[in-house]
Design a binder for this molecule. Structure first.
Ligand SMILES: Cc1cc2nc3c(=O)[nH]c(=O)nc-3n(C[C@H](O)[C@H](O)[C@H](O)COP(=O)(O)OP(=O)(O)OC[C@H]3O[C@@H](n4cnc5c(N)ncnc54)[C@H](O)[C@@H]3O)c2cc1C
Ligand code: SF4
Ligand code: SF4
Length: 1020
């Protein structure tokens, strides 16, 4: 059914019937016309609509449908069709808005996939023209070689689009130096909902149509000048409503350097309610050559707030707050602890990050010295940690940027809620305002964590509320009460209620409160003039709903999940929290009808961080498709809707979920890189188990899953099994089993590790238990039967360093197996049986602290991941604590002085590709560390995401193309660029992908080490 509703020219007629049934005649006609008249993607299935129903706010509204245009022409046609059918339109970028402005019962038009081109660049004039879907980081990567940047540095720079940033009048940490979007947009071209093209820029340059609009707005502004002057907040950080003040400027920082009027500024902050942006002309800034950072440590939060007004007088480019809760959360996070600790002296209650930037380092150091002196004058001598090294500063900024996401990792139904998150007040009142608001939170039995832009009086704070609870203790009730009290404070201190994240649904109703009824009517007049049919993102800015209208909530009171017995233990997520103390109840006590699975899925707060293309892994399928469906967030949303029965006829094991998970390669990138720890790889295993239990196993599933069972006898007659790799067999193999004809399957061999183990002088179980320097080698199915050189090499390296090596076998003497192939196929009972056998074999060693060392990352790390949630109790933890990848073990031993074999000098360069699970468990550095034990070796890490093979994923004929695209993103080009280097890759499937894609033979780290042993080692 889903596929039917991804409407194409060919399916348009057929889809109409289903659409009429599900979405009504309007949706059917809309989808059909879009499919026939445009080249874009027309997504009207319930899964796609559900994925576009939310943004990073607490709201959710199912759109009529989703359109992904392939060109500006497609957008123009879509606007015409929508107008013909009187269908509302909702432009969308990364969907990272916090106020619900990107949600609505409209046709959502997603610009991020195709409309992301740099259209023109003038280096001398320092201007650039871009399409709306380009992401800020990508634009800045383009500008960097030219020494320029676009300086509105939002925290979401890796996913925020310029169209969305303009829509929200976004502002970055350095707004005190550069201003907001409105200060940095030179022109906007777009379409009005009547289909006409507009080109907004300086009023002196406008065409006739645009001039008429400018005259209309000017007349309004003139008529209301007195009100504008009386009611408009006189702050840099005011983003509410439309910028009617372009004609009578009120911002602390003028919108244009010469005070002239630019009509494009009317569209900045309009949240897609006035026009659809086609392109933006932007003002660029030179990249500062130097930066220094002073971290001021305060023993009281109040003093930090009170000091901001003095610090800004020194001319910093940023003054950012990190409060005690955030400091503690960062300290508790292994990835952030080393960085945050470099910035602290004593036990501060808050720190301010004060940055000075410019071209003259000496001048910056002088400013830093002035900061140190100022703090001494203010009674805080010795409170400033000076960071002058670029990488140390960047690391600390990364912690600050991750602040909100660190906070959002709170488990339980109470979540930090964004609704008064960016009120701005003049700096002189910042301390009193924050103190008063903290008391308001306490009155309502909650508290908030404070952070962000102290320089401009915009502090982010989110009280913890449970939106699912109704009544006086419920989230909606408390939200309104807190909002009303906060607004009184904002008025008292002459601040702005909406200072950064826009109005959307949670702040729309406060526009009239801020500006008064007359100005509100003036804003309505602008809307009516530009969009008389009210087609552009209706219900935002003009005539918004109540912020606490529960029908718009993602988790409204009465929100229910289905009953489901999960195969894994998700009870760690099945908890509740206390909003005041943030303490968590016992695992399993959270009342989740899915045993915690739903709550684990709900950890996704839609911030969109997974829409990234940086050096990390997450999310490979999004990186190659740019489809919301193939993104961790898209998957989490699909699962959430399925688990809460919101996918219409679709069930948890229906098409919508299966399609969303189809390209998830199980890389576990999200497990590490998603700020709230959404572990989609495990969720996919959970889904697969239920799906297969309902729909049954295919022959391919069985052949993959049972490989550990038949591998031993297949290696006795390898010629028979290897027939499958003959050229004549490949097309049949693809036809009958679905294994791509373009792949060779791993070849069985007679000389497998297990068949030749007798020659390796391995220790028995008893010898190992009694040895002085014992180690247990876990030889998995892949290294035991296919790439046996690796296991042999590992034995050689370990024995050369004096270890007594025992190769683990089951209590019955069989080959051990972690159960991974069964897990991947959805046979969880069988996987559990294998894992139990493994546990029995290894536990006696683990209990004595004897290291269990493995070679295949995904197999060994199963002991540190899935086995811990498979019902084995504390024994699984004991095993996990003693399970190491070979390189982890050797790096640890080398550091302790116990591993120091004699190596020959390296003669070749080395490039290392990390297996995704190695990266997910932070186990890549040890590979580099042990390779560096070889004299002269300078291993370099290839900055690659997933290789695309991912177990059996890339062997599947349906996945072959996408698998190769993943490999071509970074890995294969890097391999080709180093023709003389040794390519090191520990994963069996990674090595296969490298061989298939480049013809090069990559080596396991064990082999590289063994090849460099000084004298060929003869087993002891
Ligand atoms: C963790 C986190 C941190 C954040 N930090 C910051 C921050 O530091 N500073 C800040 O300002 N914001 C911040 N935000 C809010 C948000 O990320 C930014 O405002 C961002 O610029 C939105 O970009 P987007 O591409 O996601 O836009 P979207 O959310 O997709 O859209 C934003 C608005 O623009 C409109 N729009 C999008 N494209 C067009 C178009 N082509 N034509 C007309 N209208 C369009 C949309 O309709 C919508 O109303 C943060 C959000 C999160 C979740
Ligand atoms: S999956 Fe994680 S990174 Fe992606 S949007 Fe959800 S919380 Fe953010
Ligand atoms: S496991 Fe990998 S492919 Fe799957 S959602 Fe997470 S990052 Fe994406």
């Amino acid at each position: 059914m889903n596929r039917d509703l991804t409407v194409t020219r060919a399916t348009a007629a057929h889809a109409g019937e289903t659409l009429r049934r599900l979405g009504g005649p309007e949706a059917a006609l809309l989808a059909q016309r879009l499919a026939v008249e445009t080249q874009g993607e027309v997504l009207f299935d319930i899964g796609s609509r559900g994925r576009y129903a939310t943004d990073a706010s607490i709201y959710q509204t199912l759109p009529l449908g989703v359109f992904v245009p392939s060109s500006p022409q497609d957008v123009a046609i879509a606007i015409d069709i929508a107008r013909d059918l009187k269908t509302p339109l909702l432009p969308r970028g990364g969907g990272s808005s916090q106020c619900g402005q990107t949600t609505g019962a409209a046709l959502v038009i997603d610009t991020t996939k195709h409309l992301r081109t740099v259209l023109a660049f003038d280096k001398a004039a320092r201007t650039v023209e871009v399409e709306p879907g380009i992401v800020l980081d990508h634009l800045n990567a383009y500008l960097k070689p030219h020494g320029l940047c676009y300086p509105v540095d939002v925290s979401t720079s890796a996913q925020a689009t310029l169209g969305g940033m303009a829509g929200n009048n976004a502002c970055g940490s350095r707004s005190i130096a550069y201003g907001n979007m409105v200060h940095n947009v030179l022109g906007v071209d777009g379409w009005l909902s009547d289909g006409s093209r507009i080109s907004f820029g300086p009023v002196a340059t406008l065409g006739a149509k645009e001039r008429a609009i400018a005259d209309f707005v000017k007349r309004l502004a003139d008529r209301h000048q007195a009100d504008i002057e009386a009611r408009w907040p006189k702050l840099l950080r005011r983003v509410a409503g439309y910028n009617l003040d372009i004609f009578h400027p009120q911002s602390e920082l003028p919108y244009t350097p010469d005070g002239s009027v630019n009509l494009a500024h009317l569209l900045v902050g309009a949240e897609g309610t006035l026009a659809f942006t086609r392109s933006l002309r932007l003002k660029l800034a030179p990249l500062p050559r130097s930066k220094v950072l002073g971290v001021v440590n305060f023993t009281s939060f109040y003093r930090a707030m009170d000091s901001a007004q003095h610090i800004v007088k020194l001319g910093p480019t940023a003054v950012e707050l990190v409060d005690r809760t955030m400091i503690e959360l960062s300290r508790a996070n292994p990835a952030f602890r080393p960085t945050i600790e470099t910035a602290l002296t004593g036990q501060p209650d808050a720190i301010l990050l004060v940055e000075f930037s410019g071209d003259d380092k000496t001048a910056l150091l002088r400013q830093l010295k002035q900061l140190v002196d100022l703090m001494a004058e203010l009674g805080l001598p010795g409170s400033v940690i000076e960071l002058t090294d670029d990488s140390a500063q960047q690391a600390l900024w990364d912690v600050r940027k991750a602040g909100l996401n660190i906070m959002m990792s709170l488990k339980g139904d109470g979540k930090p809620v964004s609704f008064i998150e960016d009120c701005a007040v003049p700096l002189a009142h910042l301390a009193e305002y924050t103190e008063a608001l903290t008391q308001v939170f306490a009155q309502h039995g909650t508290r908030g964590t404070w952070y962000a832009h102290a320089s401009v009086g915009t502090l982010h704070v989110r009280p913890i509320l449970d939106m699912r609870k109704s009544g006086p203790d419920g989230g909606a009730h408390k939200m309104r009460a807190i909002a009303e009290q906060a607004s009184e404070l904002v008025r008292k201190y002459k601040g702005a209620y909406s200072g950064e994240h826009g109005d959307g649904l949670c702040r729309g109703e406060w526009i009239e409160w801020q500006f008064g009824p007359r100005l509100n009517d003036a804003l309505r007049a602008i809307k009516q003039h530009l969009d008389p049919l009210n087609l552009m993102n209706p219900g935002k800015i003009i005539d918004p709903p109540k912020m606490d209208d529960a029908s718009l909530f993602r988790y409204a009171p009465g929100y229910k999940t289905i009953v489901l017995k999960p195969v894994f233990d998700w009870s760690a997520w099945n908890v509740q929290n206390d909003p005041a103390s943030e303490s968590i109840t016992a695992p399993g006590s959270g009342g989740d009808t899915t045993g915690g699975l739903a709550k684990a899925v709900e950890m996704c707060n839609n911030n969109g961080h997974c829409r990234k293309f940086d050096a990390g892994t997450m999310c490979p399928s999004y990186r190659v498709t740019r489809d919301e469906k193939h993104l961790t967030r898209g998957r989490a949303n699909t699962l959430r809707l399925a688990l809460s029965n919101q996918l219409g006829d679709e069930s948890f094991t229906g098409d919508a979920v299966r399609e969303a998970l189809d390209l998830c390669v199980g890389c576990k990138g999200c497990r590490r890189e998603c700020p709230t720890g959404v572990d989609m790889a495990k969720m996919k295993l959970e889904f697969t188990a239920h799906d297969k239990a309902r729909h049954g196993f295919t022959l391919k599933d069985r052949l993959i899953a049972h490989l550990p069972d038949y591998a031993a006898w297949a290696s006795a007659v390898p010629w028979l099994f290897n027939l499958a790799n003959r050229p004549w067999a490949k097309p049949w193999r693809e036809k009958w089993l679905g294994w791509s004809a373009q792949r060779s399957l791993p070849s069985f061999r007679r000389d497998s590790f297990w068949r030749s183990a007798a020659r390796l002088m391995l220790a028995t179980r008893e010898q190992a238990l009694a040895a002085a320097k014992p180690v247990v080698l876990f030889v998995d199915t892949f290294n035991g039967h296919f790439d046996s050189e690796n296991a042999v090499a590992a034995v050689q390296v370990l024995q050369a360093a004096g270890y007594t090596v025992h190769a683990a076998v089951t209590p019955g003497g069989g080959h051990v197996c972690c159960g991974r192939t069964y897990l991947a196929a959805g046979m969880t009972d069988k996987a559990r049986a294998k894992a139990r056998e493994l546990l029995q074999a290894l536990l006696p060693f683990a209990q004595r602290g004897i290291a269990i060392v493995g070679l295949e990352p995904s197999c060994l790390l199963t002991m540190r991941d899935e086995m811990l949630v498979s019902g084995f109790g504390p024994d699984a933890q004991t095993l996990s604590d003693n399970a190491w990848l070979l390189e982890e073990f050797l790096a640890r031993e080398a550091q302790a002085g116990r591993f120091a074999p004699s190596f020959k000098a390296a003669t070749q360069a080395m490039r290392v590709h990390g297996h995704c699970h190695q990266k997910a468990f932070g186990a890549i550095q040890p590979v580099l560390d042990v390779l560096k034990l070889i004299p002269g070796a300078e291993p370099e890490l290839i900055e690659s995401a997933c290789c695309g093979m991912a177990g059996s994923f890339g062997y599947d004929a349906n996945h072959h193309a996408v698998s190769m695209q993943m490999a071509e993103l970074n890995l294969l080009p890097a391999v080709r660029a180093a023709p003389a280097a040794i390519i090191v890759a520990d994963g069996t499937s990674c090595r296969q992908q490298i061989a298939d894609g480049s013809g090069r033979q990559a080596l396991h780290v064990a082999r590289v080490l063994a090849d460099h042993l000084n004298t060929a080692h003869t087993p002891a």
